[in-house]
Design a protein around this ligand. Structure first.
Ligand code: ADP
Length: 811
């Protein structure tokens, strides 16, 4: 009972005292009522004295505090125990206001209580209140008071107090511990409950009400609980409770609540079946809201799933190695997969994993681990794994030592990354690189052994770089860096057009090839340089200059020049020979021309005759004129051919009908043949393909051979003077050739003369020059053919011209 609350409750000790006082008063009253009773009165007085004495004893020695106060609150009397309880003597309190032993703030209450007693004389009132001891400490008392009237009719208030300080303190402590518990329940989100087995009635703590969102004023029932439980979990909860009730056994379960706002709560509930002495059985338990933990767990599970997925995608597995136990403290699912295990095989020992590492790599890992533990340093190591299917995986691992409280390495945490693909790519790259290096070396070797040098020019066409090496050092011009190409060669002025063209090419940034120019080598000797280059551009297409190669082509140019000179000399000689030959043919030619001229004259005469006739024979005259035209044409044709032969012309290659050429040639030398009584037999193959050649030169060859044949048969008396000219087509090694042979029946070739006759100035004739066959051979060779001589089986010699036929027949 708190101060300020007054009750009319009875109290044994106070009641006793108040009862005693009431008895005393009635005794006193009896003595007063019967003053003349003599002996009886004496006896009564003696009894009264005894009773007062007894009650004084009770008053003074009863371990109850007694106060007597007047209506103003002044202490009339206090028993020694009462005074002592407050740390005073009875004398110290007597005559003082009783309010002095109360707290300031309680004094009004005290006044009201005293007032109440005075209003209700003879009625007992009780209340609990604090008092202040002399030393200032607090004394909790339960006061029992009542007002009574004294003999003179004035009221007096009797108060008996019981010390309840201990009970109050215990109550406070209980209240506090209850508050602590409530606080703890709220903080731990754990509510407590009691559930009667017999009645199924429940008692809940404040937190349990809060968890279930139930009004604390409402009596909790199992029905209400089931309303709150998530529909999907009701069956399971119901089964758990049924079993617990049936078997009277503890239970521990988890379930969800579906709250009115649609949110979900996860609860974990545990309860113990408690049997009380009376046989009453109840379940006492706790229910914890584990929603936060569940959600965290779900988040953790999700993030673990993400991590697993990330590890799978990145081929990265993580692990922790317990150094003391020599066993994994943790290994991710990906580690199992990497080693070819099923992630569900959680019982696998580290040994099983180690056995899949290639033996030659395993030792290295062990060394690395030992070193990392000693030096307490992170490490990296590569090794290989052989999976049961025989496939080998390359792994890169990184480990970090974790130092324990004792300063030693207790764990190594790390990752394995499957680098098989990267390893293969690296190998391929290395191979490609090696090949590239080899090919670079190859080209370097080519470049260094070639007689070429490389150069680079900038955007302004000035030389920025020249490579050189021992072999070309002599040829490479020095001091040309910074010069343009046209500043170097001495022929820039001699051939201005060539350089203008070259500069135009460069300005257009076009590639160029085989530009040949005269220059000077390091020693100042004139050289010919041939150079080619291509323009360079950067990634944006801007022109950077040229890069190219030059070589010293002096020797080749000189050889070309010598060849050209020889060719010219030969052509000159051939011309001279031809003219000489024509001189020899002069008689024949004269005859060739004379014949048609004579025919022209006779036909002209005949024509005049036909015109002079009367009447004029115009038809006959016309025919004569036609013959004149024909013969004149023939003569002019002969002259044309002679002039062509005598003319000094450049070689002109054209497709030729060889048979036609043979016939024309024979026509040219007909007179010569006739003069020497030589008959000609032509056996010309039909449908011969055309050959590519120079008509005049080939004719010169044929004339030469025919004339030589005529001369070789000059001495023939017995043997007929017969010349055979044949043409044919043969195929050798898949290549077609045309053969033209001139066979005579003359003196033939002497021993070993088949080759000698082709050497210049070899002749057996007194007026011979010995150049004919030599020139003929070089003409045929210039046509990529071959001129050769053979002795005949019988007599005479055969000269054969073999010319290549074009691969496609163009006849
Ligand atoms: P030349 O007729 O001025 O002597 P050639 O070079 O034409 O010059 O011939 C060289 C030599 O080859 C002749 O002097 C002759 O001895 C020999 N010769 C050429 N043609 C024949 C031939 N048909 N039969 C035999 N010997 C020949």
């Amino acid at each position: 009972m708190m101060p300020g609350q007054i009750a009319k409750l009875g109290n044994s000790a106070a009641q006793f005292l108040l009862g005693g006082l009431a008895a005393l008063r009635s005794l006193g009253n009896a003595a007063k009522d019967e003053p003349a009773a003599g002996e009886g009165r004496r006896q009564d007085n003696a009894d009264l004295r005894d009773a007062v004495k007894q009650w004084r004893q009770v008053f003074e020695h009863n371990p109850v505090m007694y106060f007597m106060v007047d209506p103003a609150g002044t202490v009339l009397n206090v028993n020694p125990f009462g005074a002592a309880q407050l740390g005073y003597t009875a004398a110290e309190l007597t005559g003082q206001s009783v309010l002095n032993v109360f707290f300031e703030e309680d004094r009004d209450f005290v006044r009201r209580c005293v007032g109440l007693c005075l209003e209700t004389v003879d009625q007992s009132h009780t209340w609990e209140i604090r008092k202040i001891r002399k030393d200032g400490s607090v004394l909790w008392v339960r006061e029992n008071a009542k007002a009574m009237l004294r003999g003179d009719g004035t009221p007096l208030v009797l108060v008996a107090c019981e010390n309840i300080t201990q009970r109050k303190e215990a109550e406070d402590a209980l209240r506090q511990s209850e508050a602590y518990l409530a606080q703890a329940q709220e903080l731990s989100r754990t509510g407590s409950f009691g559930l009667s087995l017999a009645t199924r009635e429940a008692v809940w703590s404040r937190e349990t009400f809060r968890i279930f969102q139930c009004d604390p004023e409402v009596r909790p029932t199992l029905d209400f609980v089931f309303q709150r439980i998530h529909p999907e979990d009701r069956d399971a909860v119901s089964k758990t409770l049924d079993r617990a009730f049936r078997d009277v056994e503890d239970f521990d379960h988890e379930y969800r609540l579906l709250m009115p706002d649609g949110s979900i709560k996860y609860l974990h509930s545990v309860a113990r079946a408690v049997r009380h002495g009376s046989g009453y059985i109840e379940f006492v338990g706790a229910v914890t809201d584990v929603t936060t933990a569940k959600e965290a767990e779900q988040r953790l599970r999700r993030s673990e799933a993400y991590l697993t997925e990330a590890q799978r995608l990145s081929h990265t597995s993580s692990w922790a190695w317990d150094v003391r136990r020599q066993e994994f403290a943790y290994r991710s699912a990906e580690l199992y997969r990497l080693f070819g295990f099923d992630p569900d095989q959680i019982d696998l020992s580290a040994r099983a994993f180690q056995q899949r590492i290639l033996a030659e790599d395993f030792g290295r890992i062990v060394d690395m681990e030992r070193q990392a533990i000693q030096q307490k340093q992170p490490f990296e190591v590569d090794f290989r794994i052989m999976r049961p299917d025989g496939s080998v995986r390359h792994v890169h691992t990184e480990g970090h030592p974790v130092i324990g409280g004792d300063g030693d390495v207790m764990e190594i945490i790390g990752t394995h990354v499957d680098v098989t693909e990267q390893f293969a790519a690296k190998q391929a790259l290395r191979k490609a690189f090696d090949e590239l290096k080899q090919s670079e070396q190859r080209f370097r070797d080519y470049a260094e052994t070639a007689s070429d040098w490389f150069w680079e020019t900038g955007p302004d066409h000035r030389i920025t770089r020249i490579s050189e090496h021992a072999d070309t050092a002599g040829a490479v011009p020095t001091g040309v860096i910074g010069l343009a190409r046209w500043d170097i060669p001495p022929d820039a002025e001699l051939e201005p057009e060539k350089w203008e063209r070259h500069r135009a090419t460069l300005d257009a940034h076009l590639p160029f090839r085989d530009l040949v120019y005269r220059s000077k080598d390091r020693n100042g000797s004139p050289i010919y340089v041939r150079t080619s280059g291509k323009p360079l551009h950067d990634a944006n297409g801007s022109f950077l200059g040229y890069r190219g190669v030059s070589s010293d082509v002096t020797a080749a140019i000189r050889a070309e020049q010598a060849e050209e000179a020889l060719r010219k000399a030969q052509a000159e000689l051939a011309h001279i020979t031809r003219v000489t030959m024509l001189g020899e043919l002069a008689a024949s030619i004269a005859h060739e021309i004379n014949q048609p001229l004579a025919a022209v004259i006779s036909n002209a005469d005949a024509c005049i005759g036909w015109i002079d006739r009367e009447p004029v024979e115009l038809n006959a005259a016309r025919r004569s004129v036609e013959w004149i035209v024909e013969d004149a044409n023939r003569a002019s044709e002969v002259i044309r051919r002679i002039r062509a032969l005598a003319k000094k012309t450049e070689i002109e290659m054209a497709p030729l009908d060889m048979n036609q050429l043979v016939r024309e040639t024979v026509a040219l030398v007909r007179r010569e043949l006739a003069t020497h009584a030589v008959s000609v037999r032509m056996e010309l193959a039909s449908a011969l393909p055309r050959v590519c050649g120079d008509r005049i030169q080939l004719q010169q060859v044929l004339i030469n051979l025919v004339m030589n044949g005529i001369e070789a048969m000059h001495a023939n008396v017995e043997r007929p003077r017969e010349l055979a000219i044949r043409s044919s087509q043969v195929s050798e090694h898949g290549e077609g050739r045309m053969l033209v042979t001139v066979t005579d029946r003359g003196v033939g070739l002497g021993n070993g003369a088949t080759e000698r006759i082709f050497t210049p100035f070899f002749t057996t004739k007194p007026s011979g020059l010995g150049m004919g066959l030599s020139i003929c051979r070089s003409i045929i060779e210039a046509h990529a053919g071959r001129l050769s001589a053979f002795p005949n089986d019988g007599s005479g010699a055969t000269f054969q011209i073999a010319l290549p036929l074009p691969t496609e027949n163009t006849s």
